[in-house]
Write a protein that binds this ligand. Sequence first.
Ligand SMILES: [Zn+2]
Length: 220
Amino acid sequence: MVNHGPREGTMVALTFDADLTEFMKKQLESGEVATYHNEPLLAYLEKEKVAATFFMTGMWAGQYGDVAKRIAGNPLFELANHTYSHQAFTDKCYGLAFEDDPAAMLADVDRTFGVLEALGGNQTRYFRYPGLCHDERALEALAPLGVTVVDGDVVSGDPFAEASQPIVDAVLGKAKAGSVVIMHIGGPNAPQTHKALPKIVEGLRAKGMTFGRLSEVLGA
Ligand SMILES: [Zn+2]
């Protein structure tokens, strides 16, 4: 399990979780929610050439196939695994559906690697549990897959944020060399992230920090 890289150099990893659950997919189908993608966020990273790592659920990669291919096709970006349908692997994790069977946990994450690998690009064996919820049982269930579990050391607090400044303050206040910043690319579930991101990037650059893919930051 890894929360950050070596505290030397200048590199920080920005990571974006791309969540999609069965419930969220129904909201898209009914038109209740327009999208769980955040196009301005991705466009900003591309335009500013900011390295980033995307912890994608298999369902999100399927729902936004063209976007997922675009991300995989950018050498500045790296792909990581965030389960297939964002089920929790421990009980009582932010109300997420709980996958109780270790064999099913393994199959879910393995299936997601299959979806991601088909996209090409910079593949990894990094994995993040939904809600960061894990225990010994959940870790053991995934051991055969050779994953490196990555939580992160800077929680941006972007889910359901009502303003962007607290996200900016949280990240600029905590990020240092080797940091892994947790954010989301998630439509209305992370509605302020694209507004906070330019201030975060400019603020960290002003402090002399640079951005790297997760493998670069952890391996630095
Ligand atoms: Zn998530």
